[in-house]
Design a binder for this molecule. Structure first.
Ligand code: ADP
Ligand code: MG
Length: 241
């Protein structure tokens, strides 16, 4: 479904991404790890069209999306969650989801009352999936940090995107919240392909699936969590040797 082919991103002569390639199949999970500054967030920015590659291509379902504007890429089914939660604080949890679900519509038709039955069912399903049913009428700004993160994952799901890019979804979370986030992400697979960036190895282990390691903008390794954890080259880049 997604093919990143020889992408290089150049920031004034500094190669943040250097001839990087990877593929991701429909409905599958991929975890992208790598030390700080490896180029992980820049790769997400490039996939979604926010950063332009100096060379290389990004393909989605056989279409070259490299040069498309960001809104066109989003329209084709890729949605990105940033490191810090971007929920709308003065709207309720339900209205945040309803707004995300109607990204192609005229948002000014209003919330709540204007939601049709199918949409309401979908929003309810997502509320259940993210475990925030009892928070439906709470203002998003009043949620705990972890709940905001789950709401934003729910909003990404609500857009109906087939590829979700989640950049450090467990940032600032404790072990229980992290574990719940792993379960949530796993529950989305099949229906959505998910590219997760994280560096919490416990979380990566709980997620399972294939892991790709980036280092200084380059592809370093790919394998199971077990293979990656025992890989001397991976250990070396993390220990800075
Ligand atoms: P990661 O997410 O893996 O920690 P980033 O993709 O954020 O890494 O950054 C990769 C490298 O590119 C870093 O050295 C960072 O300082 C640099 N970088 C990121 N964005 C820009 C930018 N807009 N201009 C210049 N350098 C950037
Ligand atoms: Mg980053």
């Amino acid at each position: 479904m997604l093919k990143v082919d020889g992408i290089t991103v150049d920031f004034d002569g500094f190669k943040a991404i250097d001839n990087f390639s990877m593929t991701l199949e429909r409905g599958q999970l991929r975890v992208l790890i790598g030390p700080n500054g490896a180029g992980k967030s820049t790769l997400c920015d490039t996939i979604i069209g926010r950063v332009r590659a100096a060379s290389g291509h990004v393909w989605l379902n056989g279409e070259d999306i490299t040069a498309l504007p960001e809104f066109e890429i989003v329209r084709r089914g890729i949605c990105r969650k940033f490191q810090t939660p971007g929920v709308l604080p003065s709207l309720t949890v339900r209205d945040n989801l309803a707004l995300a679900a109607r990204r192609d519509r005229r948002w000014w038709t209003g919330f709540g009352h204007a939601v049709d039955a199918t949409e309401r069912v979908r929003v309810d399903e997502i509320l259940a999936a993210i475990g925030l049913e009892d928070r439906a009428t709470t203002l998003a700004g009043l949620l705990a940090h972890g709940e905001k993160q789950w709401l934003e994952i729910g909003m990404v799901v609500a857009t109906g995107a087939e590829l979700l890019l989640l950049d450090e979804p467990t940032a600032g979370m404790g072990p229980n919240e992290t574990s719940r986030t792993a379960k949530l992400i796993k529950s989305l697979l099949g229906k959505h392909a998910v590219l997760v960036i994280d560096h919490d190895m416990k979380f990566v282990e709980e997620l399972g699936g294939k892991v790709t390691v980036m280092h200084q903008g380059k592809f370093l390794k790919q394998g199971t969590v077990e293979q990656i954890r025992n890989d001397p080259d991976v250990a070396a880049v993390y220990l800075g040797r």
